[in-house]
Write a protein that binds this ligand. Sequence first.
Ligand code: AMP
Ligand code: MG
Length: 327
Amino acid sequence: MFLINFTGKAVANGDVLFVERRPLLHTYVEIKAWGPQAELAVDAAFAEMEQVNMFLNNYDPKSDISRINQNAGKEPVAVNKNTFQALTLAVSFGELSGGAFDCTVGPLLALWGFAKEEAGISGSDPSSIAVLQTRQLVDYRSLVFQSEHDQFTVLLKKKGMQIDVGAFSKGYVADCGLSLLKKKGIGNALIAAGGTISAMGVKPDGAPWKVGVRHPRNDGAFITVLSLKDTTVSTSGDYEKFYYQKGKRRTHIIDPRSGVPVEAVQAVSVIADKAVMSDGISTALFVLGAREGIALVDGINGVEALIIDQKGNIVLSQNWPQKMVVY
Ligand code: AMP
Ligand code: MG
């Protein structure tokens, strides 16, 4: 039992639970942490996350990612090590998913009306010729990485190509926050960055952190509640950013192979040790769909998935922790 007072602090066994929320990553990021000097540790974790987000944020024209985009087809761009690492991981998700995940999906997002920082999405279906042409600008294999003595550069080969970090930056930034908390002596914390929620250690009462997976069609309802320890769950949903066009729900996750927004899936949740893995793979599985997606994670140790298809059928990977899920 612990009490949270109006300052956001609580006391349990002499430790202080500190809770803080800040706008970051186009959402609110919340950190709950308890242990010695939790407040200072949370502050340092936010500072680290804000800094890494500055490198990655493709809506900030000065970020590393924007500079790579601006120099597409021109020249390699010197970037921070975090940018280099995050992009290397993004490319590995592309390979893992056979191109279903593609961090260069930016031009297709723009074509369908999703490359907007603010919520309130609207758009109209582009012509099939425009889709075909734009697809030529999407290929994660066109990223060229070079590193030498702690100097890192990245080049996008073709003019007009655009990296979009929306599918993996929350996870990458959450991992950075977690390692900073650990460095500051915190062993028990929860970082919630939109659909990516990382749990380290336990709650102040000794029980595992509890994380609800939201119902994709009933706002406020959960389809399951997970007990998580030293792991992350990420959810990708068709309810995040979408609009209706000719009776079809046009959602923000696009299949780079067809160039068209995915229709077959309502939501995907993925559990993995690293936040960036759970974030990246949840988006990849959204594109792959239930059958291929589950087959993929069943072949990866330590990664589990729950997929809800467009009819509301729930499909679970072999070792998904909670078999009791409701729709
Ligand atoms: P998430 O909520 O993590 O699944 O990320 C969704 C975001 O990923 C979208 O809003 C886009 O910014 C980006 N995105 C859309 N389609 C893809 C794709 N096929 N591969 C990689 N990123 C994508
Ligand atoms: Mg993702």
